[in-house]
Design a binder for this molecule. Structure first.
Ligand SMILES: NC(=O)c1ccc[n+]([C@@H]2O[C@H](COP(=O)([O-])OP(=O)(O)OC[C@H]3O[C@@H](n4cnc5c(N)ncnc54)[C@H](OP(=O)(O)O)[C@@H]3O)[C@@H](O)[C@H]2O)c1
Length: 258
């Protein structure tokens, strides 16, 4: 199979597990050099070792994206170590669970900080680097925000999550417009439910089982269901795709139960 991302340098936030680790493996298999960032450095380092063992090139860096001021220096450090960044995957995310009457202001703030403000700031800092390194001039800049069906669909008890994911969906379009003539494509992926740490405790519950039975296909998705759209949006084919949000949800957000 052709390695479509040979020579590219990709940064993944929240690469310590779940979808972020999956995306990092996918990027590496396609030939990209991958910077794995998250708060849990031990996990990032283990994954970097795994990727190197499979013939890839990777580095791990501790980055708490809720501290927005620390994102720019982290990207500078990555670029100094690996070369010009051409792909940014804004994947780090938190659930921010809680009914509106109960959710704490701290959880609300954290949901927006991690799910919306961090992708905005990381995109800006990555764009700054892409514009000065020549990546943008060659039309190779790719920023992919991992949104969610929650950006378009009301998920009960997840108001903070839905609001923050709707924000990142619109941030995607705004930045795409702003950088449309500057060689940087900004897009978003809106996955449906896939079992990871963010929701694993929910599925065995009565409510979780009821929700699952309401999905048209009565199942959760697999991480690999996202691969084709992910590679489209981070790869060369996205040269003429910007400001797009692709929903991959196995039909989960289609209206009507049963
Ligand atoms: N799973 C789904 O069904 C689903 C569906 C739609 C969209 N998504 C989105 O997909 C993305 C990945 O979620 P997931 O399902 O893989 O969940 P997960 O397994 O809980 O992973 C979340 C990742 O985000 C990182 N993270 C959280 N807070 C962070 C912070 N302050 N700074 C840096 N990293 C932080 C975590 O790393 P550390 O704890 O090590 O920092 C972890 O690697 C999220 O944006 C999520 O909203 C998931």
């Amino acid at each position: 199979m052709e390695r479509s991302l040979e020579g590219q340098v990709a940064v993944v936030t929240g690469a310590s597990g779940g979808l972020g680790a999956h995306f990092a493996r996918l990027l590496s298999r396609q030939g990209a050099t991958v910077a794995l960032t998250a708060r849990r450095l031990d996990r990032g380092e283990a994954l970097a070792g795994e990727l190197a063992g499979a013939g890839g090139r990777a580095m791990a860096l501790r980055l708490d994206v809720a501290d927005a001021e620390s994102i720019g220096p982290a990207l500078d450090e990555i670029e100094a170590a690996l070369g010009p960044i051409s792909i940014l995957v804004n994947n780090a995310g938190v659930g921010g669970e809680g009914m509106a009457l109960d959710v704490s202001v701290a959880d609300l703030r954290n949901a927006f900080a991690v799910n919306a403000i961090a992708p905005f700031v990381a995109a800006r800092e990555a764009a700054r680097l892409m514009l000065s390194s020549g990546v943008a001039e060659r039309g190779e800049g790719r920023i992919l925000n991992i949104a969610s069906i929650a950006s378009q669909t009301v998920l009960p008890g997840l108001g903070a999550y839905c609001g923050s994911k709707a924000a990142v969906a619109m941030i995607t379009r705004s930045l795409a417009r702003e950088w449309a003539r500057r060689g940087i494509a900004v897009n978003a992926l809106a996955p449906g439910y896939i079992e990871t740490d963010i929701n694993a405790a929910w599925w065995p519950t009565e409510g979780g089982q009821r929700q699952l039975k309401g999905f048209p296909r009565r199942r959760l998705m697999q991480e690999s269901d996202l691969d084709a759209a992910f590679l489209l949006l981070v790869g060369p084919a996205a040269a003429a795709i910007t400001g797009t949000l692709i929903v991959i949800d196995d039909g989960q957000s289609l209206p009507g139960g049963g």
